[in-house]
Design a protein. Structure first.
Length: 321
């Protein structure tokens, strides 16, 4: 509750009130800054409470504004029926809607991405480097990844069928069954990047293999088995997917080697390839933005407009600012 005027200064705090269906307000006694105030999820709303002179706490309020539980450390909104707490000792816990530790164990890394829908899993890594893939409803361990002899910094599920793990001296990509797909031992020149994966369709999982140092790197689209798909390019980025097909933005350019190697800006060109690496739009455009499937906003030789994958101009503009 901000009163008559609202100050957007991040350092300001305000009293938190509960508002019922008739608009009646009830004081909660919680003082929170505006920016860290959460939304209601799992019936609870997160607030950072600064009323305690010893330091801030994260409190969770029910629909009546009552404080259900309080935690010390960093915690976010509920996802998958639980919330992840990063405590003051630098460890992660999984809490239920009562604020109790659902697993009874602290982890070096714990993550969950509800945007992945039914395929989302809790990815937990302990201090030994062992990783557990947990069912979000039952919290049962569906598969495990054994330690590899080095510390785990973080483990997450960036796409619905994959696990990406950063260790102290390497990174690895696994599938949900715990099978190792790729390993990179040099953080300075990442050899395999996750670029795009069709939601709910593992048949179009694609990675980018990068070899060489900038600006001379060559990136190639590869499948889960490491097979190269199509030709190499300067950059490859994911665009979109539809019914088992996918599109990727391709960038090519020339390098000036008269002194230190630098990209020649005027030589940068863009195109689009599909999930097989086949070019559906040649890398001959000054810019490409995907508007919808088979519709792209492009610039070529000072001509602006919308094209399809046959390179037919569907619309043009006389000037573009």
């Amino acid at each position: 509750k901000t009163g008559e005027s609202f100050d957007s200064d991040a350092g300001k705090t305000y009293p938190v009130v509960a508002v019922d269906a008739e608009g009646e307000e009830t004081e909660t006694g919680v003082i929170s800054d505006f920016w860290s105030h959460g939304w209601y999820s799992e019936g609870l709303c997160r607030t950072n409470d600064y009323s305690n002179s010893d330091g801030g706490e994260t409190r969770y309020l029910d629909a009546d504004g009552n404080i259900v539980f309080t935690v010390s450390g960093y915690a976010d909104d509920f996802e998958g029926g639980h919330l992840i707490l990063f405590d003051d000792q630098g460890q992660y816990h999984l809490l239920n809607a009562s604020g109790d530790d659902a697993l009874g164990k602290a982890y070096a890394s714990l993550s969950f991405d509800s945007a992945l829908g039914d395929r989302a899993r809790f990815i937990a890594a302990d201090d030994r480097g062992a990783i557990e893939i947990l069912n979000p409803e039952t919290l049962e361990c569906e598969s495990t990844i054994a330690p590899c002899g080095t510390k785990v910094w973080s483990a997450m599920q960036p796409e619905n069928g994959l696990i990406f793990v950063w260790y102290a001296d390497r990174s690895r990509i696994y599938d949900l069954a715990g099978k190792l797909l790729f390993e990179n031992l040099d953080y300075a020149t990442t050899e395999v990047n996750l670029t795009y994966m069709v939601q709910g369709d593992d048949s179009v999982s694609r990675f980018v293999r990068s070899s060489g140092a900038y600006p001379d790197q060559v990136q190639t689209l590869i499948d889960k088995s490491g097979n190269a798909l199509g030709e190499g390019h300067s950059y490859i980025d994911g665009l979109s997917s539809l019914k088992g097909a996918a599109r990727y933005l391709v960038t090519d350019y020339e390098v000036d080697r008269s002194d230190e190697p630098v990209v020649i800006d005027e030589s940068i060109r863009y195109g689009v390839c599909d999930e097989t690496g086949k070019m559906v739009i040649p890398a001959e455009y000054d810019s490409i933005e995907m508007l919808a499937w088979n519709h792209y906003w492009v610039n070529k030789d000072e001509k602006w407009g919308m094209i399809d994958e046959s390179e037919q101009w569907l619309a043009t503009v006389d000037t573009y600012k």
